[in-house]
Design a protein around this ligand. Sequence first.
Ligand SMILES: [Zn+2]
Length: 735
Amino acid sequence: MKRCVVILLLFSCLSAYAQGPISILSTYAEDYAATQLREWLDKGGCLTFWGRKDPGHTIHVGLTTSERRKFKPMVDSLRDDGYFIYGEKGDVWLYGKGEKGTLYAVYAFLEMLGYRLYTPSSMVVPDMSYLKLPQCRIVSNPSFAYREVSYYYPNHSQLYADWHHLHTVADRNAQWGLFVHTFGRLLPPSRYYDEHPEWFSLNNGHRSRDGQLCLSNPEVLEVLCQRLADTMAGAPRKKIWSVSPNDNYNACQCDNCRRLDSLYGGQSGTLLWFVNQVARRFPDKTISTLAYQYTRKAPTGDIRPESNVNIMLCPIEVGREKPISTSDFSKDMEDWSRLTDNIFLWDYVVQFRNFWNPFPNLHVLQPNLQYFRDNGVRMMFEQASGADNKSSWMDIRCYMIAKLLWDVDADMDSIMADFYQGNYGDAGRYVKEIVDTMTVALIQSGQRLDIYGYPIDAVDSYLSVERFHQYDSLLRLAYQHAPEHYIGCFRDIDSAMYYFGLALEFARNELAVSRDLCGYFNLDSLPSDSVSLQRVIERLESFLFFNDVPQMMEMGISPSECVKNWISNIERRFGKNKARNKPVDLRHSATAPYNTAGITDGQCGTYDYRYHWLGFWGDTLDAVIDFGEPTSYSTISISFYYYPLSWIFWPEQVIFYELDETGRWRVVTTFHIDNPEVLATPDIYTCQMDRVACIDPLHPVRQIRVKAIPPKEIPAWHRAAGEKPWIFTDEIIVK
Ligand SMILES: [Zn+2]
């Protein structure tokens, strides 16, 4: 498929036939579009009238039957929600296909006149008191029939969605009966597992409650189709129904499923074999399934999707530092493209573990969308920070994606030059310079840009201390050049700069806490005294002024939890600790690769479990800390990480001991910890023993010992039930 958008400018838009009062004529169906047009023209000071036919001064919104005949070639060339803008002898006709095409024509016409909507609160309304209606012929069809970007703006401002011709969650819900990862909903294990474990996937010798379905079992097809038919009956207007695996890797390993896997080139073949059978039973509906993770590879052999099967293809594994066409995803994209033209491409455009980390992927957005278009993709879903969350560079990225989803070949250099100046005023050139500098630094480093990464991954590329000093200077210049006279009735540069600055502040705090505190805070030395420590804490707390952000990452974590974690980390690192740098004797070895961290080294674990945590797989932490001399103390604490998605649980029991005069270990306190049943939200638990409760709280001891005993096995509710759990621990603090 080639270029989808045709723009023909036959005459210069500047040539004018009309000036002065403009009359607006609209068809009944286009009443809303015409009202919008009039409101915006009025805002610009244009004198408008309803319905008075005044040749040479009329804008026609929608087409009458006779006009439809007159413009037949243009009407026939429209696809999806495509539209045309036709100006002749001072009259203009705005018309579009489908429910919203004419409304889109209105907003596109307003953009032609110089109007802009950069964000829901940042817009340009030009002076329309001398409006000259243009002579033009523009036909515009979208690059993608379905265009959704899961960002806050289109889902909280219908104007923003319509202006940029985007679909929203509400539009999707109107079309889709079931959306993605639906096996668990179609055949709930809570209802069927006990009686029919054989319907569920065989993994490591047992049938999984929290896995997938056994697709080769004919009863599974029958019961699933019956349940699907019942669900469809309750929502007869919904067209698309997802029959797709749950979000895990546990495909069935039984002999029959494996036979199908080998017949059709892998697990995607078995899935398609199953979904095709479902689709044949519902010829009036579209049945959507997933080409995701273990089913991403296209099947081989004598199989292809039925005409009413939709393939939801997801490049979740791919790095975002370079165009996707250069990655190993390209083979799967091209293989699927040969099998079907009914592809829903689910792409990922933000950093999901850290929504507020600056994420320099803007340079790949256009080539990626062009690549998808060239491979026949008609439906695009750009997963960002979701309908209710905000994230770094949202103003910029959402605007870019919106423009590209309509026209992947748009001239983004000029569109974005206009955006930076429009949205940030004279600060825009410095904002753009920061974005460009980060992008160049990333590309030069040759490092991967991961959607599940952390700021610390970029510490040697675009988030190095030196780069940060550069960004700080540019940001200072940006604030200096965002003067108040820009903060007028229509633009909100304050808010735009605030969100832009927030991303840098988040990355700075993360890096300062987990790495080199001095450099990222421009401090001369580590906070050696309580005054400078307090100053650092105040700086971290100031992040809380950014208080209208609900979630810092996909899995949860509010800004206040984030700040609490930073501060507790800094306090543990720089506050008093009698165990700091004291030798630790581990009586059971930690498990590779999480066996290198120290637990008295002053480096404290954060929400990123790859750094500073010491891991034990199915084994007990048993650590003896030697103070070197009899030492009195009042509290001991130790922390544990929780993240069951990666099999990391809190220990069941934590026991603190002291070595008494006879050389025996005496139990001081035992903690019992309950693990919650939360799969994907990380958490940190700190056990603190208060010695006041002891028999002899002032008596000095030379050695203490901490034991943390993991749960025996991963609990029954988890998809890896019965396996050995990990425990992750860090930093023993003795005061
Ligand atoms: Zn099976």
